[in-house]
Design a protein around this ligand. Sequence first.
Ligand SMILES: N#[N+]C[C@@H]1[C@@H](O)[C@H](O)[C@@H](O)[C@@H]2O[C@H]12
Length: 455
Amino acid sequence: MTTFPADFVWGTATASYQIEGAVAEDGRRPSTWDTFARTPGKVWNGDTGDVACDHYHRFAEDVAIMADLGVDAYRFSVAWPRVVPEGTGAVNQAGLDFYRRVAETCLEHGVQPYVTLYHWDLPQPLEDAGGWLSRSTAEAFAEYARITHEALGDVIGSWITLNEPWCSALLGYAAGVHAPGQQLGTRSLEAAHHLLLGHGLAVQAMRADGGEAPLGITLNLHAVRAASDSEADLEAARRYDGLGNRLFLDPLLRGAYPEDVLADTGTTEWFAERSDDLATIAEPIDFIGINYYSAHTVAAPEDGRFSDPSLPTPTPGSERVVTVDTGAEKTQMGWEIHPDGLVDVLAQVHALAPGLPLYVTENGSAWPDEVGPDGRVEDEDRRRYLEAHLEACREAVARGLPLKGYFCWSLLDNFEWAFGYDRRFGIVRVDYETQQRTVKRSGEFYRDFVARERG
Ligand SMILES: N#[N+]C[C@@H]1[C@@H](O)[C@H](O)[C@@H](O)[C@@H]2O[C@H]12
């Protein structure tokens, strides 16, 4: 059986708004998710990240749990509204100091800090000025990145600029199910462009600041399969792969947008007017992070008729593309379980950028956990999902794909965006009433797997 390289990185991942709480403490100002969560009907049960897992006050305990699990690295995100509370202008030293404490505590426990600079909590004043539909937000992001990199570069092991720009753009500005809750159809591709431009400007700013830490970006890639080899279904798969994957992979790794996607969405001219940005977007990076959860089998709508391409294309799975239920087991999110799809997306990126190091920066599953009379959580479903995807990572390594690490999503149960606290992804349970942490069976499995693979 293939063994993982000795330097393979085993980690866990979280995000600021999902775990920190303390949303108005020590100078933090509102983000778009503070606003969105307070908008009636947007988040399950009216849940907010006001308290979440109280990680802002309990981070030392959480780092100690990671050390006990034996992980090498902790991927967490810096909240922009803690560091530059208004998005631009004044820097909040208390915010920088908090993240320095988190990073130093990690290092004291032998855990490498990996930072994501943007995991969706955009300072509200920037959204009020246009958000990611505005080019100025890309420029503001680069300045925030420079500030944070300059302040924390001595304690951060790796930097990820953006987490899942697809979600920020397509769910935030088209489907409207994420902050800021806009339903602007294909204008969401303008947000995608400004997110990618912000990424490139941030990479340039951090490189100019010096430092040796690797710089990368994290994308949620969709393993896409056509329901049949009919022309209509293959066309549906092309559309889904285009809007879900190539809209981001191509500019980042090929320096060009996919012409078919721009044609599908009637945005060719808009992007042509901004072609000078592509060199910045394609600024060389040191790794790509891939968040993988599921594979999607897609087909053309029953009648085979595609609606007018100029109509809004909120997200893949809109009226042009339907997702087919293959009968595979699903998680509580309704996502089909296809571990082999992880190898497929790793191979897809490798084909575009041979040799570029790859990390699985998120992989995990939500299940309705039960706490036993002994207080334990025997989450066998989550353990099984985890094991299957770790073995998929082993297969990727065996095939010679440059997979360098795996971060389990998530260390803790946390605020699951529009699902609030109804969905638990943690390998460590959080009792939101008491904030007690309990390592689940899946967490024990991950600990034992890592120890065994490390030899
Ligand atoms: N849903 N879901 C779980 C998980 C979400 O909690 C993360 O914040 C995102 O980066 C990504 O969507 C994946």
